[in-house]
Design a protein around this ligand. Structure first.
Ligand code: G6P
Length: 483
């Protein structure tokens, strides 16, 4: 039964995501502390959340812990708890060992387990209920990402009065791949519970609408899907692209700080002031093409095209999903590859690859971007890749070369990068050499164009255009790109 107006929650804007925008920490005294993780999403939504009495529903990353809702910086934080079994089956299992590889071109084999699916349904139901409990009458509820694809429909059943948006941060696969999923219809039904379903690339929105046509026979007109209800009534769902971005001004401000610039100088000098510093920054994930990048660099060193005296590769690989078997294997493979290249080509004074299996705060990241001459983004498949955008934002000196995979969503916008196919190792090697040798005038021309493009679409534009479309209540606004 839908809740009555007098027993609904008080929040006019509710964001629902698997992870909360705050990290849970246990202090030395054993007490719980919360630290805001300064992601782009939080920055973009903070002003809207404050003015609309916002609540954020999500998991605190802890196992078997119940936390009461609390206020953080003007936003109500509503923690959803997960048991150890749910973390294993819903998060590590169905989200990251079924959906993640399936939605990223099956680079790794997706595992299909019925118990994982059951856990996914149960946990999505819990998130939907938590959102239903706090949303005010007619509230806007914005659900984020692949871990929560059933929430829109479940929430619509609980609260038909709220306006529901869903944004998929990762790719949406072509039908030939999506159709492998035993629960493909349930997933689409879940998503179609939303008024607006947003994607990163035109291709993702197209894959989604094609799947909807194939599996349900619904008519799609441009970005509008005509969902036919049980009584033959038609409800319009908008499915279109909203390419996500970053807090551009925030990154620029960081990169312009004297202490960050001094840190960048320090990094260069600690590395022995090589002519060229190349940088890779990724979660340690098989979608990122880290192995392809290392192979290309290793071959360039082996051939003598590059020498460790001149070029250093800094590879930040932040730990991720470490209890999922595919990620454990990947770590072993990458570290073997790094060890071999360093063993073969490093000298006492020059290390070929500075490999860092750590996550770093934003300040250190900005310093690394500033210190780098060439940024390597060689993803095999990536929804957007915000690292590419962060590098451009941090390049306040308008210098630096971005090598960018065509398989990252960012390639749709950042066309002045050197665009590569990471599977083509020879092409990747040529691109690396071209990036290193690029004359300053061309570097500046390209970087200026990239920075102009980045300024046209910041994370504020992204959230505003999504929310504007959503408050149009599912109607297709004029002039939006057809999917
Ligand atoms: C990707 C996903 C996010 C996810 C992040 C980190 O960017 O789109 O939803 O939060 O990876 O992964 P994790 O599993 O640690 O949340």
């Amino acid at each position: 039964m839908p809740a009555k107006a007098n027993d609904v929650g008080r929040y006019g804007m509710v964001v629902v995501s698997n992870r909360l925008p705050v990290d849970h920490e246990i202090g030395p005294d054993g007490a719980t502390r919360w630290k805001t993780s300064p992601g782009g999403l939080v920055t973009a939504l903070e002003p809207v959340m404050r003015s609309a009495e916002g609540a954020w529903v999500g998991w605190a990353g802890a196992v078997d812990e119940e936390f009461a809702p609390f206020e953080n910086d003007g936003i109500e934080i509503v923690p959803v708890s997960l048991s150890a079994e749910e973390v294993q089956e819903y998060y590590e299992g169905f989200s990251n060992d079924t959906l993640w590889p399936l939605y990223h071109d099956v680079i790794a084999s997706p595992q299909f387990h019925r118990e994982w699916w059951d856990a996914y349904v149960a946990v999505n139901r819990r998130f939907a209920q938590a959102a239903a409990d706090v949303a005010a009458d007619g509230a806007i509820v914005w659900v984020q990402d692949y871990q929560l694809q059933l929430v829109p429909q479940l929430l619509r059943e609980l609260r038909p009065d709220v306006v529901i948006g869903f944004f998929n941060h990762i790719p949406f696969p072509p039908y030939g791949i999506f159709s492998q999923l035993p629960w493909r219809k349930q997933i689409l039904e879940g998503l179609l519970g939303a008024d607006v379903v947003g994607f990163q690339r035109v291709a993702d929105a197209g894959n989604f609408t094609r799947a909807v046509r194939r599996l349900f026979g619904y008519t799609t007109r441009g970005a509008a899907v005509e969902v036919v209800g049980p009584d033959g009534d038609i409800r319009h769902v908008v499915a279109r692209t909203f390419p996500i971005s970053i807090d551009v001004a925030g990154f620029e401000e960081l990169a312009a700080r004297p202490e960050v610039q001094a840190r960048a100088e320090q990094i260069r000098s600690d590395l022995g002031n090589p002519k060229t510093i190349m940088l890779g920054v990724d979660r340690l994930d098989y979608t990122k093409g880290i192995g392809h990048r290392l192979k290309a660099f290793g071959e360039l060193l082996a051939e003598g095209t590059l020498a460790v005296e001149d070029v250093t590769l800094v590879q930040v690989a932040s730990p991720s999903r470490e209890r999922v078997a595919t990620y454990m294997t990947l770590r072993d493979e990458i570290e073997l590859q790094v060890g071999r290249i360093n063993g073969d080509y490093s000298t006492i004074s020059h290390t070929a690859i500075a490999y860092l299996h750590h996550g770093y705060p934003r300040e250190e990241m900005a310093a690394l971007y500033l210190a780098a001459d060439v940024m390597l983004v060689t993803a095999l498949r990536d929804g957007m890749n915000l690292v590419a955008k962060e590098f451009v934002a941090a390049s306040v000196d308008e210098d630096g070369v971005l090598v960018l995979s065509e398989f990252a969503g960012a390639a749709d916008e950042l066309k002045q990068a050197i665009i590569i196919n990471p599977h083509d190792i020879d092409g990747l090697k040529q691109a690396i050499v071209a990036a290193i040798e690029m004359p300053e005038s061309e570097r500046r021309r390209r970087m200026r164009a990239l920075r102009r493009k980045l300024h046209e679409n910041t994370v504020d534009h992204w959230s505003k255009s999504f929310l504007d479309t959503l408050t149009g209540r599912g109607a297709v606004p004029p002039g939006i790109p057809e999917t």
